[in-house]
Design a protein around this ligand. Structure first.
Ligand SMILES: NC(=O)C1=CN([C@@H]2O[C@H](COP(=O)(O)OP(=O)(O)OC[C@H]3O[C@@H](n4cnc5c(N)ncnc54)[C@H](OP(=O)(O)O)[C@@H]3O)[C@@H](O)[C@H]2O)C=CC1
Ligand SMILES: O=C1O[C@H](COP(=O)(O)O)[C@@H](O)[C@H](O)[C@H]1O
Length: 480
């Protein structure tokens, strides 16, 4: 059981809080992982009574949690922890009221989870300090994206850093909480097999894909300002790239792991000016069909500008200028309203130096994060019967089966527990976030300078033609 604390969720009536955070806290409660004295306080401007908020939370958790994991008695005991406080987080005076509500127990651990738009982050940190609520036992959790550029990220980080020292700042990237993402570290650093071939001499290229069938749902106002580059590449995909490419940390702790990740981000070869034409693809979905249902074009989504040139798909050919990876392309791709939902990492090895048995295919290691968690290694094997006819076969590990179908933790469960326990290994450090923006900003500027408008692609398709040509021109193809 973890330590006793107050978890305060700013933006407690929002989509993230109701869809992800509360279900994760419910699971932690159900698994006996929350201290009996831990309380959860949701904060937002709307006027809700405690009972009304609990009813709202119950409705959303019921819809989110698997039926077999939800029962009324557990919900009632969870709801006892749950309360609501109406306040405007932009108003300093409201933090005085909050302080009174919390009482003054300087020894109590407080977790402030900012599930609001990032333009409130600076004000919330400063108001917490003024109200005397940011003492040594307080921690702050920031949702991605941290800002919309290097400059704005620096401003947010500086404002937060003026109130909370870095060890108490938890910049969340929920991809780092996914089991298979952590398994990537286990695969690389707990097995001797891969290390000797995990380098330029043996690897032809790497693909990192996060493809979604969802559109922007009800997040049009945010997404139209952000686009796929800021929403996904700047954080989730670059974090995956770091885990694939980093050197083995000397210890599995926050500083050692993050030191190695930041070295990779700093070694990313800049993509500037006209490079964007050769090394990136932007797309935007038009009307189409997903699962047999008609869906509208992006520019007809709620709260999206009718003339929007925001990208809903991006692909980038990244390169890492260091000894291990020089010359190996890392193809990153993410998009909404694509034909299928899948998140995966493909390591494409080079072919054997001499083909003894005619043409064979090169080995590939596929690490699938979603929808199922599996690791499969494609090897060449002999077809039964006469002659040496080879065929690719899969050595396939389904992680759910390997662990007796134990319930897989949702990323937010793992990460919330880490925050409560004060372990920031799976969170982004300030310099990582800034190094990522340092690489992203010139690409976005290049698009603006060279008027690189997004290419249209039909919802339910595999993306625009240019997505395929990014690889085809080097005789490669996306794993479909
Ligand atoms: N939704 C998701 O799955 C994900 C979201 N994120 C990030 O999390 C953040 C929140 O996203 P999301 O939940 O979708 O957003 P929503 O718009 O659904 O929720 C925003 C929340 O903030 C509250 N709020 C807004 N202004 C104030 C204020 N001045 N004082 C107090 N509360 C306020 C709103 O309530 P009220 O208006 O009543 O005050 C509401 O509870 C964003 O930065 C987003 O990028 C990150 C990853 C995934
Ligand atoms: O952070 C975000 O992630 C989701 C995708 O997350 P997943 O766990 O479902 O793969 C994405 O839909 C959203 O736009 C983005 O903000």
């Amino acid at each position: 059981m973890s330590i006793s604390c107050d978890i305060l969720v700013f933006g407690g009536t929002g989509d993230l809080a109701l869809h992800k955070l509360l279900p994760a806290l419910y699971h932690l409660h159900r698994g006996g992982r929350l201290h009996t004295a831990t309380r959860i306080l949701a904060l937002a401007r709307g006027n809700h009574s405690r009972e009304a908020y609990q009813a709202l939370a119950e409705r959303r958790c019921r819809a989110q949690v698997a039926r077999s994991d939800f029962d009324d008695a557990t919900w009632r005991s969870f709801a006892e922890r749950l309360d609501y406080f109406a306040m405007d987080a932009s108003q300093s005076a409201d933090f005085g009221r909050l302080g009174k509500r919390l009482g003054d127990d300087a020894e109590r651990v407080r977790v402030y989870y900012l599930a609001t738009a990032p333009d409130l982050f600076e004000a919330i940190a400063s108001h917490l300090r003024i109200a005397g609520l940011a003492g040594a036992k307080a921690r702050i959790v920031l949702e991605k994206p941290i800002g919309h550029s290097l400059e704005s990220a620096r401003a947010i980080n500086a404002a937060i850093g003026a109130v909370f020292d870095e060890s108490r700042v938890f910049r969340i990237d929920h991809y780092l909480g996914k089991e298979t993402v952590q398994n990537l570290m286990a695969l690389r650093f707990a097995n001797a097999l891969f290390e000797p071939v995990w380098r330029a001499g043996h690897i032809d290229h790497v693909q990192i894909s996060v493809c979604e069938t969802l559109g922007v749902e009800n997040r049009g106002a945010y997404y139209d300002q952000a686009g796929a580059m800021r929403d996904m590449i700047q954080n989730h995909l670059l974090q995956l790239l770091c885990l694939v490419a980093m050197e083995a940390p000397v210890r599995f702790d926050a500083e050692a792991v993050r030191n190695e990740k930041v070295k990779i981000l700093e070694a990313l070869k800049p993509i500037c000016g006209l490079d964007v034409r050769d090394k990136t693809v932007r797309g935007q979905y038009t009307a189409g069909k997903i699962g047999g249902q008609e869906v509208p074009a992006y520019y007809f989504e709620k709260n999206v500008d009718n003339d929007s040139d925001t990208e809903t798909l991006v692909a980038v050919q990244a390169e890492i200028d260091n000894w291990r990876w020089a010359g190996v392309p890392f193809y990153l791709r993410t998009g909404k309203r694509l034909a299928r939902k899948t998140s995966e990492i493909l390591i494409q090895f080079k072919p054997v130096p001499h083909h003894l048995f005619g043409n064979g295919e090169a080995n590939r290691l596929l690490i699938r994060l979603q929808p199922e968690e599996r690791i499969s290694l494609q090897l060449m094997a002999k077809n039964p019967g006469k002659g040496m006819h080879l065929q690719p076969v899969e050595l396939d590990l389904n992680l759910a089966d390997a662990f007796n179908k134990q319930r897989r933790w949702d990323a937010y469960e793992r990460l919330l527990l880490d925050v409560i326990e004060g372990d920031s290994t799976l969170f982004m450090r300030r310099d990582e976030v800034e190094a990522a923006w340092h690489w992203i900003d010139p690409i976005i500027e290049g698009w603006q300078q060279h008027y690189q408008r997004p290419r249209p692609y039909a919802a339910g398709s595999n993306g625009p033609e240019q997505l395929q040509s990014l690889l085809e021109r080097h005789d490669r193809a996306w794993n479909e």
